[in-house]
Ligand binder design. Structure first.
Ligand code: HEM
Length: 482
């Protein structure tokens, strides 16, 4: 017995020693190639506090870029954030494998919003399949069938406006886009029954995604509690609709239905919780970004007569060519309007920065020429709001100039892959880019054709504290029906 105990002890010691040596070797191996290249320049967050306080976040980041170049690290008392500025240093961020660079523990943020069963909360394989369902239902080719329902919603909404009046453009666009989401994504049951409730539930859910909730997602603050209640109620509503459709074998023409009919590769059907979670994520993803994008489009067009006139002329031309019927092809021909929207989103991108976590060391060559090693464990940030204004990619980057995307210039293409990352890029590019443009185009096409509009409040400032960098305060416009 004694011999057995001694043998076991020696075996345990041997395993311990071997595993310590193995760990050392693997650490040495992973750091071995790190030692050949320097780490990026590091700045301590404490040193940045005066600038952050006096000049704000984006001016500070811009100053760091001017000082250090396209790759630098901010040390947050332990956690490190490495900024990659510009298309030249973005490839690994967008194209790296999930095992090399991923969303990290973003699930902490999304579980309270969309549930345990979807997207960042599930394993990568399941998540990829779920994103593929979304890609499939939002394919540009599927947009054809959405043009009529969206047009009907837009017409019905603006029919409620009077002959002339004054409105808050931001509020109006948020409302009409929510009607569109309800119609195209959620289905007619919501339309009829509970549009107002859904609107305010998503509003509460949205308020639950702020900086404080990001850091303390489970703290029982009033905002977090209202967010949780909204989540539970939305799930209840969607589950009821799914059950009712399934029990009556009723089939509808909307995204909810397509998600209900989706199947995983192993043949498993989507569950109620998964469908509800994905649908919540879709409405949520589009709500703030599309509202901000369409409001900025309006603010810029109404302040730039040249582009306003060009967009109106284009509408006149298209409407006469298509005999007053806006269909899929007509939308595709609205190049001027498309560029006005694209440029508004470049100036004020709804996704201010994109974030990942490095799981493996990787190498990056700064635009300035130097090569750096980025160690695993770093949080990696693409500052989209800064990237979209880089002077070596965009001429006069602070001027609203939709023509920069036009024939002969195409500055985003000339600048190289990942020059314009308003919709992300690579593996996780927004699957709803075509849908987002379609709905914003349909709204603005209607407004330009039917109303004379004027911006009567001062040109809005950007509210950087809000999701989607939306315009601060109200954006008042006057309208007169043609
Ligand atoms: C103007 C409108 C929009 C903008 C600017 C926008 C922007 C983005 C960006 C930048 C990403 C990539 C995030 C990253 O790489 O970290 C993204 C991903 C995503 N977007 Fe959008 N989006 C918009 C509208 C929408 C809408 C309307 C929907 C749904 C109907 C949607 C659904 C998604 C989904 C599901 C993803 C995740 C893709 C993935 O993780 O692979 N987006 N979006």
């Amino acid at each position: 017995m004694d011999k057995l105990a001694a043998g076991t002890t020696w075996l345990a010691i041997a395993i311990f020693v071997i595993s310590v040596i193995a760990t050392k070797i693997s650490r040495w191996k992973s750091n071995a190639h790190l030692s050949r290249r320097p780490l990026p320049p590091v700045v301590n967050v404490l040193a940045l506090l005066p600038s952050l306080f006096n000049k704000g976040f984006w001016v500070t980041i811009n100053d760091l870029y001017t000082r250090f170049g396209t790759v630098f690290t901010v040390n947050l008392f332990g956690p490190k954030i490495t900024m990659l500025v510009g298309p030249e240093v973005s490839a690994h961020f967008f194209q790296g494998l999930e095992s090399e660079i991923s969303f990290g523990n973003f699930a902490e943020v999304t579980i309270p919003l969309f549930g345990q069963e979807v997207l960042y909360a599930v394993d990568t394989a399941t998540r990829n399949e779920q994103v593929n369902f979304v890609i499939d239902v939002l394919l540009p080719s599927k947009m054809r069938s959405l043009v009529d329902p969206i047009s009907q919603e837009v017409e019905a909404y603006f029919a409620k406006w009077g002959q002339d009046g004054i409105v808050d453009l931001k509020h109006e666009l948020e409302q009409v886009l929510m009607f569109i989401s309800c119609r195209c994504l959620l289905g007619y049951e919501i339309q009829e029954m509970m549009m107002e409730e859904i609107y305010s539930l998503f509003h509460e859910l949205g308020k639950g995604l702020n900086f404080f909730s990001y850091l303390f997602p489970h703290m029982p603050t009033p905002t977090n509690q209202r967010r949780d209640k909204a989540h539970i109620r939305l799930k209840e509503i969607f589950t009821k609709i799914i059950r009712s459709r399934r029990s009556s074998n009723r089939v509808e023409e909307d995204v909810l239905q397509r998600l209900m009919d989706s199947k995983y590769k192993d043949g498993r059907s989507t569950t109620e919780a998964e469908i509800s979670g994905i649908i919540m994520a879709l409405v949520f993803a589009g709500k703030h970004s599309s509202t901000a994008a369409s409001t900025w489009t309006g603010a810029f067009m109404l302040s730039n007569t040249k582009f306003l006139i060009a967009a109106m002329e284009e509408q006149k031309h298209i409407i006469s060519k298509y005999e007053n019927q806006i269909d899929y092809n007509a939308l595709l021909e609205m190049d001027t309007l498309h560029r006005c929207i694209k440029e508004a989103m470049r100036m004020h991108t709804p996704s201010q920065m994109l974030i990942r976590k490095a799981h493996k060391n990787f190498k990056v060559q700064a635009k300035e020429g130097k090569e750096y090693d980025i160690p695993k464990g770093h949080n990696i940030v693409i500052p989209t709001a800064l990237n979209n204004k880089l002077a070596h990619v965009y001429s006069n980057p602070h001027v609203y100039d939709p023509d920069r995307f036009g024939p002969g210039r195409e500055e985003d293409k000339v600048g190289g892959k990942f020059s314009l990352t308003t919709f992300g890029g690579g593996r996780h590019i927004c699957p709803a880019m075509a849908y987002a443009y379609f709905q914003i185009k349909l709204v603005w096409s209607h407004l330009l054709r039917n109303f004379e509009l004027r911006l009567i409040s001062p040109f809005p400032e950007a509210d950087f504290s809000k999701l989607g960098q939306e315009p601060k305060g109200k954006v008042m416009i006057s309208y007169k029906r043609h």
